[in-house]
Design a protein around this ligand. Structure first.
Ligand code: CO8
Length: 256
C-alpha cells in the first residue's frame, strides 16, 4: 500500500500494491488501507484517487485463502473491519475516485463502491462473484450496489456473480465514466480537477445530504437537506460565492 499526498499538490493517491495476488485485500492490507485513509484525512489533500498497482487489476477482492478455516466470530469481525474501513473512505470530507483498470471483483468492487466516484478503463472487468464461492458480499456490496444502480440490477449481479465489462458498467451507472487514455493516477486526477475549484464545506455537505437522504424517508431526507443547506448558507464560502456572482467575478473559496 502506498500513499502519495504530494501528487499535483491537491490530490492524494492510494495505490493497492500486492501484484502477485492481483492486489487482493488481506486483513493486513485492510489495516494498511485504514492507516492510508487516516493519513489522507490528516493531509491537506482536496481529492483522493484510489488505484491498483500494475495493469492487471484494481483489486481481485478479499484474500480467498485467508478466508478459509476461520471461526464464525473471526469472520464476523473480518466483515466488520472491511465495512468500517470502506465507510471511512465514503465519509471522507474530500471527493474520492476509484480508477478501475483490469479486474475489480468482490471486495475490490466494494472498495470502489465506497468512493464518491468510479472511473473505468475500457479493459476493466468487474463484479461481485462471491456467490460462486458460496459466499455473499461482506464489505458493503449488498447495501451500496442497490443504492447506486437499483435493486433489480443489483440483485441480478449479486445472485449471478456475473462479470461486467466497462461499457455496460457505465450504461447502468455503476461507473461514472470510461476513460481510454492515461495512467490510472492521471485519469483519477483529471477526473477530480473540476471539483477542486469548489469549497470543501459545500462539497462535503452536499455529499452528506445525498448519502444520508438515501438511507431514510423522503420526509426525513428533506429535513436533513434543510439543516445541511442552512449550514452551507452560514459558511464564509457561501457569502463569498454569492458576492462574487453579484460582482460578476470568480469566487475565491477558502474552505471555510
Ligand atoms: N485472493 C487471493 N489471491 C488471489 C485472488 C484473491 N481474491 N484473486 C487472484 N489471486 C491470485 C491467484 O491465486 C494467482 O496466484 P498464483 O499466481 O500464486 O496462483 C494470482 O492472483 C493471479 O490470478 P489468476 O492466475 O487467477 O489470474 P487470471 O488472470 O487467470 O484470473 C481472476 C483473474 C478472474 C480475477 C481470478 O484470479 C479470480 O477469479 N479471482 C478471484 C476473484 C474473486 O472471487 N473475488 C472475490 C473474493 S471474496 C470477497 O472479496 C468478499 C468476501 C467478503 C468476505 C467478508 C468476510 C471477511
Amino acid at each position: 500500500m502506498t500513499v502519495n499526498t504530494a501528487l499535483d499538490g491537491d490530490i492524494a493517491v492510494i495505490t493497492l500494491d500486492r501484484q502477485k495476488a492481483l492486489n487482493a485485500l488481506s486483513f493486513a492490507q485492510l489495516d494498511a488501507l485504514d492507516e492510508a485513509i487516516a493519513q489522507v484525512a490528516r493531509s491537506a489533500a482536496r481529492g483522493l484517487v484510489v488505484v491498483g498497482a500494475g495493469d492487471k487489476a484494481f483489486c481481485a477482492g478479499a484474500d480467498i485463502p485467508e478466508l478459509t478455516g476461520r471461526t464464525l466470530h473471526e469472520e464476523h469481525e473480518g466483515s466488520r473491519l472491511g465495512q468500517e474501513v470502506f465507510e471511512r473512505i465514503s465519509r471522507l470530507r474530500i471527493p474520492s475516485v476509484a480508477v478501475i483498470q483490469g479486474y475489480a471483483f468482490g471486495g475490490g468492487l466494494e472498495l470502489a463502491l465506497a468512493c464518491t466516484f468510479r472511473v473505468a478503463t475500457p479493459a476493466a472487468r468487474m463484479g461481485l462473484p462471491e456467490i460462486k464461492l458460496g459466499l455473499i458480499p461482506g464489505y458493503g456490496g449488498t447495501q451500496r450496489l442497490p443504492r447506486l444502480i437499483g435493486e433489480g440490477r443489483a440483485l441480478e449481479l449479486i445472485l449471478s456473480g456475473r462479470t461486467l465489462k466497462a461499457d455496460e458498467a457505465e450504461r447502468i451507472g455503476l461507473v461514472n465514466r470510461v476513460v481510454q487514455e492515461g495512467t490510472p493516477a492521471g485519469i483519477g486526477r483529471d477526473f477530480l480537477v473540476p471539483y477542486l475549484q469548489y469549497g470543501l464545506p459545500a462539497l462535503d455537505l452536499a455529499r452528506q445530504a445525498v448519502q444520508r437522504g438515501m438511507q431514510t424517508t423522503l420526509e426525513h431526507g428533506l429535513r436533513i437537506e434543510r439543516d445541511l443547506s442552512t449550514l452551507a448558507y452560514r459558511t464564509a464560502d457561501a457569502a463569498e460565492g454569492m458576492q462574487a456572482f453579484i460582482e460578476k467575478r470568480a469566487p475565491l473559496f477558502k474552505d471555510a
